[in-house]
Design a protein around this ligand. Structure first.
Ligand code: NOJ
Length: 540
C-alpha cells in the first residue's frame, strides 16, 4: 500500500518569532510567546510551524546572521524554553521546523573571528572565501560580483599585522560571510548542527538560500554583475545553483531518513530555492533530495488569470510531473503582503486587494501539494507601507541608500486584541513598545475580532483548512484544468471538486450550478462575482 507522506500536502504556518507574541514585555516576540500561541494555531488547523531564526545573532539581518547555530538568543529565550515549545507542539500534533542558514553565518561566528585572526592561506580562512584583491596593492575586489542586498559582494579585511589585506565574499551583507562548502569541515559542522536539533525533537528544517552554498570554483567575473541586486533574485549563474549543492541535499535527506528509521517520524526539509525555471527547481525535489522547495512563481505572478494559469501549469508539468510535490506560497517575511500587492497602494490596504487576497488564498489551498501561510496572512493584514525611515531595520534599506523599503512592512508585530497598540502583542507593562510600531488600524485585524466574525479572513482560512483535511479531493492528487471564459481560472480536483477564480471585477456565470462549499466572498448560486474564488462539488 502507498504510504501517505504527511509533508506532501502539509500546510505550514511561518512564525516570524520576533513579531508573533512577546511574553517578556521587551517588545520583541519570543519562544514562550510562540508556545502561548500554539492553541490559536491548532484552532486554525495547520499541520506545523516554521520558526524564523532564533539563534544567537547580532541581528544585522534579523537572525539570518547566525553567530551560534546550537543555542537560543537570550532575546528569544533559551534551550529549556525551546524544549518546552517542542513538547507542547508535539502534544497538540503540530510539527516544528527550524530555519537553518547554511550559505553564510555571522561575522561574529567564532570560526569567522578565527579566520580574521589567522594569516592568508590558513585552514581557518579556508572555511570561508578569502582571496587576494586585484590591481595595485590588491585594492580591487577579487571579482566583480555584487551582493543581493546592494553593494559589492566582497569586503577587505585588515590583516593581524595591521596592513590592508585579503577580501572575503558575502552574497548578502558584509556581516554575513559566505561559508566555503568545498571545505569538508564546513559540511561536517552542519551535520553536527542538524543532529543537535534533530536530537532535540524537531520535525525538520526550512533551508535558507538552498540554491546557494557552492560558488563557481574559480570565482570568475560575472558578465552581468549587478543582476542579483537589480532583480533581487539569485540569478548570477556563477554564484548560485552549482551542481555540487545537490550532493549536500542528498546527504541531509539521508540524515533525516536515518532519524525516521529510528522512530518512524518523517522529517521534512523545505528549501528556499530561487532558480530560473520550474525544471531547474524540480531538480531540488528529486526523490533523494529535499522533500519540498518553495515554488515562488505564484507569489511573483501579477493578479491576472493567464499569469496564474501559466505558473500553475508549469508547476504541475515540470515539478509535480516528476513525482514530487509542489510547495505553494503567497506571502513570507521578505515580500509585500498579498492584500497590498493585489490592491491599490493605500496605507490601509483596499477592498479590492482584500477581496483578491481572499480569492488567492482559496486558490492556493485548492492546489495539489503543500502550502505555507505567513503569520498575519490569516488575518488579512495589509502591508504597513508608511513606517517612518528611522524605525526601518531591513539591511536592504540601508544598503540601497534608503531607496528600497521592502521588508519591514510585512514584519510588524501581530495584533491580538484590543483597540490600541500593542494590541496584546506584548504582555509588558502599559506603554511597552513593539519593536516596529503598529498602526492604529491594526485593531480591525486583531485575532480576537477575527475569531468572533465568521466573515473574517481567519474563518476563510480555517474553513478552507478544515475542508482540505476532510475532503479526499484536496491536498495531494491530480488537477484537471477547465475551459472557461477569459479572466477566469478553473480546475477540477479529484472527480468532482471544482475551484474557480474570477480575476475580473464583473460577475460571470459560475462553472457549477448550486451553492458553493466555500467562497472567498458572497457568492449566490450560479454566479461567480468579480475578485472571488469558490469551491463546489459538481453533482452533474
Ligand atoms: C532569505 C531569507 O528569507 C531572508 O530574510 C534573508 O535576508 C536572506 N535569505 C539571507 O539569509
Amino acid at each position: 500500500m502507498n504510504r501517505h507522506h504527511w509533508w506532501r500536502d502539509a500546510v505550514i504556518y511561518q512564525v516570524y518569532v520576533r513579531s508573533f507574541l512577546d511574553s517578556t514585555g521587551d517588545g520583541i516576540g519570543d519562544l514562550a510567546g510562540v508556545r502561548a500561541g500554539l492553541p490559536y494555531l491548532k484552532k486554525l488547523g495547520v499541520d506545523g510551524i516554521w520558526l524564523s531564526p532564533f539563534y544567537p545573532s547580532p541581528q544585522h539581518d534579523h537572525g539570518y546572521d547566525v553567530a551560534d547555530y546550537c543555542d537560543v538568543d537570550p532575546v528569544f529565550g533559551d534551550l529549556t524554553e525551546f524544549d518546552l515549545l517542542v513538547g507542547a507542539a508535539r502534544r497538540l500534533g503540530i510539527k516544528v521546523l527550524l530555519d537553518i542558514v547554511p550559505n553564510h553565518c555571522s561575522s561574529e561566528h567564532p570560526w569567522f573571528r578565527e579566520a580574521l585572526a589567522a594569516p592568508p592561506g590558513s585552514p581557518e580562512r579556508a572555511r570561508f572565501h578569502f582571496a587576494d584583491g586585484r590591481g595595485a596593492d590588491g585594492a580591487e575586489p577579487p571579482n566583480n560580483w555584487h551582493a543581493m542586498f546592494g553593494g559589492p559582494a566582497w569586503t577587505r579585511v585588515t590583516e593581524p599585522d595591521g596592513r590592508p589585506g585579503q577580501w572575503y565574499l558575502h552574497m548578502f551583507t558584509p556581516e554575513q560571510p559566505d561559508w566555503n562548502w568545498r571545505e569538508p569541515q564546513v559540511a561536517a559542522e552542519f551535520d553536527r548542527i542538524l543532529r543537535f536539533w534533530l536530537d532535540r525533537g524537531v520535525d525538520g528544517f526550512r533551508i535558507d538560500v538552498a540554491a546557494g552554498l557552492f560558488k563557481h570554483p574559480e570565482l570568475p567575473d560575472s558578465p552581468d554583475p549587478q543582476a542579483d541586486a537589480r532583480t533581487r533574485d539569485s540569478v548570477n549563474p556563477l554564484a548560485w545553483n552549482q551542481p555540487e549543492v545537490h550532493d549536500v541535499w542528498r546527504h541531509w535527506r539521508a540524515v533525516c531518513e536515518e532519524y525516521t528509521a529510528r522512530d518512524g517520524r518523517e522529517r521534512l526539509l523545505v528549501g528556499e530555492v530561487s532558480v530560473p525555471t520550474a525544471r531547474e527547481h524540480a531538480r531540488y525535489v528529486r526523490p533523494d533530495e529535499l522533500h519540498q522547495a518553495f515554488f515562488f512563481d505564484l507569489l511573483g505572478a501579477p493578479w491576472d488569470a493567464d499569469a496564474f494559469r501559466k505558473v500553475i501549469s508549469e508547476a504541475m508539468q515540470d515539478i509535480a510531473g516528476t513525482g514530487s510535490t509542489v510547495t505553494w506560497v503567497l506571502n513570507n517575511h521578505d515580500q509585500v503582503r498579498t492584500v497590498t500587492r493585489y490592491g491599490e497602494p493605500t496605507p490601509q490596504g483596499s477592498g479590492l486587494g482584500t477581496a483578491r487576497a481572499r480569492a488567492a488564498a482559496l486558490l492556493m489551498l485548492a492546489l495539489p501539494g503543500a502550502a505555507y501561510i505567513y503569520q498575519g496572512e490569516e488575518l488579512g493584514l495589509p502591508e504597513v507601507v508608511d513606517l517612518p525611515d528611522d524605525v526601518l531595520t531591513d539591511p536592504i534599506f540601508r544598503r540601497t541608500g534608503s531607496r528600497e523599503r521592502i521588508r519591514d512592512g510585512c514584519r510588524v508585530p501581530l495584533p491580538w486584541s484590543g483597540q490600541t497598540s500593542p494590541f496584546g502583542f506584548t504582555s509588558g507593562a502599559e506603554g511597552a513598545k513593539p519593536w516596529l510600531p503598529q498602526p492604529e488600524w491594526f485593531a480591525e485585524h486583531a485575532t480576537d475580532r477575527a475569531l468572533a466574525d465568521t466573515r473574517s479572513f481567519w474563518h476563510l482560512y480555517r474553513d478552507g483548512l478544515q475542508l482540505r483535511a476532510a475532503l479526499p479531493q484536496l491536498g495531494e492528487g491530480s488537477l484537471r484544468p477547465l475551459d472557461t471564459q477569459p479572466g477566469v481560472l478553473a480546475f477540477v480536483r479529484g472527480d468532482d471538486l471544482v475551484c474557480a477564480v474570477n480575476f475580473g471585477t464583473a460577475p460571470v456565470p459560475a462553472p457549477v450550478p448550486g451553492t458553493p462549499l466555500l467562497a472567498s466572498g458572497p457568492c449566490p448560486p450560479g454566479v461567480l462575482p468579480g475578485s472571488t474564488a469558490a469551491w463546489w462539488i459538481d453533482g452533474s
